[in-house]
Design a protein around this ligand. Structure first.
Ligand SMILES: C[S@@+](CC[C@H](N)C(=O)[O-])C[C@H]1O[C@@H](n2cnc3c(N)ncnc32)[C@H](O)[C@@H]1O
Length: 377
């Protein structure tokens, strides 16, 4: 499109909206966008406009029509808006830096990340586009909210995930609060390994013991839609959260939850796989946990109040009774537990088929298959 064409188009457009001097207004818009002197505009009548220039002109014309203002007023407002945006941006960046500093001085390890997450949460934007959203004024109410959340993070040592109320696991959203353990990235490895096996089984039936937020159950049910999954937990509080997450992830069809003390309420005996990330921190190590974990995450999700092997032993001993022939038992284990857990499983007649390391090189997942022989228990 040539300059003369867009001039005609603009004049017609403004005329339609009853602007009194449409030609003059059009000249103003076009010369502004093209950075030309209005008087010399006609010397360029044959000039080809770029797509970007054309779009910009149309954008101004639309804004004039919508706001019922002449171009001089529109451009004056725009300049003022830009000026105030710059002021807000500077102020907000300074505020963010102060908040990072505050968290750092209170020994929060990922102070920058946490401060950004808190800002993004309060301003209702995604963290990765936070900087683009710091141009507007942060209201007093929002500042108060940021202050409150920072205090919870810095002084109360509340985990960021509980502050945000939601966290991602395997790319799916999970509501989290102090009723459930925060799903960890290491557990994604357990799910991934189970998925490899389950996708080879027709309509697999899966039991997840100690389902907590439902992270494992929901992800398996989502990733293997032909599966039917039962998530069990002793904590009714945790099951409430798991049910919220089941609806959030729209996976009601093939996933049920049940209150059960390990196997106490499990009736079915034909599972293809039993998965568990049980409480495995020994009492002695529980005492040493960082305050974020020890003060806020449920004790019953963290430790067996013993040597850390109670659940592995009990589940290994009884799992065979609930599994089909050749069924699988898959555990997440603590940083130094893979060997002992493997032995416990072997003792209960499981053949160890995989020990998988996490991203830090620690043996994190142990998977066994029920051997043909009957259990020794
Ligand atoms: C380490 S958390 C795992 C939560 C979730 N599966 C995950 O991976 O994020 C252990 C879970 O086991 C549950 N639990 C503790 N004792 C249990 C028991 N005796 N029977 C069933 N579940 C139990 C806890 O309530 C907690 O939700």
């Amino acid at each position: 499109m040539k300059l003369l064409d867009i001039l005609k188009f603009s004049e017609e457009y403004l005329k339609k909206y009853s602007f009194s001097k449409p030609r003059l207004e059009s000249e103003k818009v076009i010369s502004y966008v093209l950075k030309l002197d209005r008087i010399t505009l006609y010397a360029y009548f044959d000039m080809d406009l770029t797509l970007e220039q054309k779009d910009k002109i149309k954008e101004y014309l639309k804004a004039m029509a919508r706001k019922r203002v002449l171009f001089d007023e529109l451009s004056k407002n725009e300049v003022e808006e830009k000026k105030s945006q710059k002021t807000f941006e500077k102020e907000n960046q300074e505020l963010l830096l102060k908040c990072i500093e505050y968290l750092k001085n209170n020994s929060v390890i990922d102070s920058k990340l946490d401060a950004e997450y808190i800002f993004a949460h309060v301003l209702k934007v995604r963290r990765n586009i936070l900087s683009m959203n710091l141009k507007r004024e942060i209201t007093l109410k929002e500042k108060d909210e940021i202050k409150k959340l920072l205090h919870e993070r810095a002084k109360d040592k509340k985990p960021l995930q509980y502050i945000l109320g939601e966290w991602e696991f395997y790319g799916y959203p999970f509501k989290v609060d102090s009723r459930v353990l925060i799903p960890r990235a290491d557990t994604e490895i357990l799910v991934e390994q189970c998925k490899f096996i389950l996708q080879e089984i027709e309509n697999p039936k899966v039991l997840d013991i100690g389902t907590g937020s439902g992270a494992i159950s929901i992800t398996v049910a989502k990733e293997i839609p032909t599966s039917s999954v039962l998530g069990a937990d002793i904590s009714l509080d945790a099951l409430e959260v798991a049910k919220i997450n089941r609806s959030l992830n729209k996976v009601e069809e093939n996933l049920k939850f049940i209150k059960s003390d390990i196997f106490s309420n499990i009736k079915d005996k034909d599972f293809d796989m039993i998965i568990s990330n049980p409480p495995y921190i020994p009492q002695s190590e529980y005492e040493e946990l960082m305050p974020e974990v020890k003060l806020h995450e449920p004790l019953g999700a963290l430790t067996d109040k013993g040597n850390g092997y109670f659940f592995y032993e009990k589940i290994s001993k009884e799992a065979s009774d609930y599994l089909k022939v050749d069924g699988y038992l898959a555990f997440e284990v603590g940083y130094n537990q893979a060997e002992t857990v493997s032995k416990l499983m072997e003792k209960s007649k499981f053949d160890i088929i995989a020990i998988v390391k996490d991203y830090g090189g620690i043996e994190r997942v142990v998977i066994g298959r029920k051997s043909g022989e009957s259990s020794v228990n």
